[in-house]
Design a protein around this ligand. Structure first.
Ligand code: ZN
Length: 130
């Protein structure tokens, strides 16, 4: 069984903390000890684990990615979102998280972020307990 977390981005580039929603999904599923596989089925979005305590870390990651991969370059892909495809490829579209005693095993400062690179859009994250 695959479960889904729905997210709605409001900006072109935005990181959305989905840690609480995922923990709720784990609780609803009654999962105690497992591995949770997270998969983003989109070509211009991604998912990361990183610092959740200081929001400026997210901005630094976003700004650095945008510096590395500017929106307007001579890309072959003419849809206007080539940079978003490249950013998705760089951060990746899947993660594994250990579930221990019904809780996501994360470090003190870690959160799980859905990464929007071509919003605003409705998006979803597939969740599979292994
Ligand atoms: Zn495209």
């Amino acid at each position: 069984m695959v479960r889904y977390i729905n997210v709605r981005s409001k900006s072109r580039i935005e990181f959305i903390d989905v840690t609480g929603m995922l923990q709720e999904t784990v609780k609803e599923a009654g999962i105690k000890d497992s591995v949770c596989y997270l998969y983003v089925p989109h070509t211009t979005a991604g998912i990361i684990i990183n610092e959740g305590a200081d929001p400026s870390v997210q901005r630094d990651i976003q700004n650095t990615l945008s510096r590395l991969v500017p929106q307007d370059m001579n890309y072959f892909h003419r849809e206007g979102n080539a940079d978003a495809h490249i950013k998705s490829a760089l951060v990746g579209t899947s993660l594994n998280v250990i579930i221990d005693g019904g809780k996501l095993l994360l470090g003190t400062w870690q959160s799980i972020f859905f990464c929007e690179f071509d919003g605003p859009r409705h998006r979803r994250i597939a969740v599979k307990f292994i």
